[in-house]
Ligand binder design. Structure first.
Ligand code: GH3
Ligand code: MG
Ligand code: MG
Length: 557
């Protein structure tokens, strides 16, 4: 990938981010789509950021379904990147998109997850936004008490944040809206005192927000705050203040081109007229507004409220035909809206289910691979153990346990081959039969255990005084056969003599005081074509002769 492409994608990303601040969401969404096209598939950190911004712009544009899709992809990426703050920010956007879709319970879950991530990461800014989103979701779930509780927490946190103006403004605003909703609940339930208290709280919060907005020169925020203040004033019996506030915010909205807020102000003015029972004027204003709002493809929720207000005022004027017409349109629009919303909900939930399923499958595949690795490892370990066991068995079959020398079985197998080869090659071979002298006495005098130690020490002496190629075997209790391959008989005699001396001179007293050990050896040279039994029998006879001649000697037979 060339660096030019990186710069272009990064540049687009920066401009997408800048569009958030300006509130230019149409352009922001366009730039985000371009950035996604320019980004490398493997550039997950930038993809995650771009998708989150795209989701934010789409959500602000009211394009909830597209927002939910982008935010869902961003959440997955952030999770893979182990970036809890990115994930939390995106969950907050996802929460707003789901609220727009009417999926309030799911929206609440996302906000709660964002809150948990924020607390874990100990990030107060993210925590503040998550608290606001939880509060907003509760408001949509018609739980004003809980909504206010969370929003108040957000406000308290916002007051402690450095550079927390945006968070503070949002908290005050949401709190004021929440109090207004609570006031409506109280009025409906006939709790007038509680309603008045909520209204007073709402005014106090939004007034603070207004001061904040004016101080920072943010006209959009100022217009919004004025709108909420006007709404609060509409609830009082004296409508002149409300009228003045609505005029003021409508003027501001017109001046700065906040079309949506301008239309909202028009509707608020019509509501004031209706409260004053000036229904004919209200109908006029509402009909003009209806034409306006349909023309500019305005927000469907406002359209619904206009139709309902028109029905209500026409009915009050006794214009039943017109009232019925608006009621029918209202019913149709509501039906269409609900149907579209239900379809969008189904699509979003299905997509989410598919993502969850894909996650589950990926997780299962990962676990399967891990299991297979473990099985392979286990198998390898088993094979290793089996091999070790087989080796041990093999050694046991060919080795004498006490001395580590070859046993009789190996000798029986190896000796005939060795003799046959020596005969074929006309190479010399000597065989010596060695036997400890008076070993029975040693056992009797020093015990069987010490006898065993004498045997294993003798084995060491045998090994030390012969070559690796020579065959050493324990053929009886304390009898050893030595096959000196390739050794002429004179050399063999020297080796045996050396061995005998080594045994006699060994410091046996270190094993037990007074212990003396000697060895008798019968030595014969292998004759061409001679078989094993005969050769051993001759060596035995030579040994017998060595014993007979007084032991501790080598006799050549
Ligand atoms: P000689 O000089 O005539 O060979 O006398 P000896 O006592 O060595 O006589 P013999 O060969 O008849 O006796 C061998 C003894 O070696 C008999 C037995 O108690 C002992 N023996 C055989 N195998 C073992 C063993 O594995 N450990 C111990 N401690 N003693 C053994
Ligand atoms: Mg003996
Ligand atoms: Mg013996």
């Amino acid at each position: 990938m060339s660096s030019v492409v990186v710069e272009t994608a990064e540049d687009l990303l920066q401009r997408t981010q800048a569009a958030v601040k300006r509130g230019d969401h149409r352009e922001g969404a366009r730039l985000a789509e371009l950035a996604l096209g320019a980004l490398d598939e493997s550039d997950s950190p930038r993809r995650a950021r771009t998708l989150r911004l795209l989701a934010l712009h789409r959500m602000r544009l009211g394009e909830a379904e597209a927002s939910a899709r982008a935010a869902g992809d961003a959440v997955t990426l952030y999770r893979e990147l182990a970036d809890p703050l990115g994930e939390g920010d995106t969950l907050n956007v996802l929460c707003m998109a789901y609220n727009q879709l009417g999926l309030h319970r799911e929206a609440l879950e996302f906000a709660i997850r964002a809150l948990a991530l924020a607390r874990e990461a100990m990030d107060p800014r993210l925590q503040c936004w998550a608290l606001l989103r939880v509060g907003y979701s509760y408001e949509n779930l018609a739980d004003p008490q809980r909504s206010l509780q969370y929003t108040l927490q957000a406000l308290q946190l916002a007051r402690t944040l450095p550079d927390g103006e945006e968070e503070l403004f949002a908290s005050l605003n949401n709190l004021a809206s929440g109090e207004l909703a609570a006031a409506e609940h109280h009025t409906r339930d006939g709790h007038d005192a509680a309603a008045q208290a909520s209204l007073a709280d709402a005014r106090a919060h939004v007034s603070e927000a207004l001061v904040l907005a004016r101080r920072s020169g943010n006209t959009h925020r100022e217009t919004i705050a004025l709108g909420i203040l006007a709404e609060a004033a509409c609830h009082s019996t004296d409508h002149s203040e409300a009228q003045a506030l609505v005029d003021q915010y409508q003027e501001m909205a017109r001046r700065h081109g906040y079309r949506h807020l301008e239309l909202q102000a028009d509707f608020d003015l019509a509501c004031l007229l209706r409260k004053d029972r000036r229904h004919a004027l209200a109908v006029q204003r509402l009909e003009r507004l209806l034409a306006d709002s349909t023309q500019c493809d305005g927000d469907p929720a406002l359209r619904l409220r206009i139709e309902h207000a028109l029905y209500d005022s026409n009915k009050a004027l006794g214009r039943h035909e017109a009232a019925l017409k608006h009621l029918e349109v209202h019913a149709r629009l509501e039906r269409e809206h609900l149907k579209a919303q239900a379809e969008a909900q189904a699509r979003v939930l299905l997509a989410r289910m598919e993502i969850d399923q894909a996650h589950a499958e990926a997780e299962r595949a990962r676990l399967d691979a891990q299991l297979q690795r473990l099985r392979a490892q286990q198998l390898e370990e088993e094979q290793h153990a089996l091999r070790a066991h087989a080796d041990a068995l093999g050694r046991a079959a060919s080795e004498d346990a006490l001395t580590g020398l070859r046993n009789r079985r190996v000798l029986d197998e190896a000796l005939p081959q060795l003799l046959e080869r020596a005969s074929r090659e006309q190479a010399p071979v000597a065989v010596a039969m060695a036997d400890l002298d008076h070993f029975k006495r040693i056992n009797d005098q020093f015990g069987h255990g010490l006898g065993d130690r004498v045997l294993s020490t003798l084995a060491q002496l045998l090994r030390a005084n012969t070559r690796g190629a020579d065959l050493l075997a324990r053929v009886g209790g304390e009898e050893f056969l030595i096959v000196l391959d390739g050794a002429p008989i004179d050399l063999a005699q020297e080796i045996c003599e050396r061995l005998r001396v080594a045994v006699a001179a060994h410091p046996w007293h270190e094993l037990a005081a007074g212990l003396k050990v000697s060895l008798s050896v019968g030595l014969v040279a292998g004759a061409a074509g001679e078989d094993r039994e005969r050769l051993i029998a001759r060596a035995d006879a030579a040994l017998y002769e060595a014993k007979r001649r007084g032991r501790n000697q080598v006799h050549r037979g």
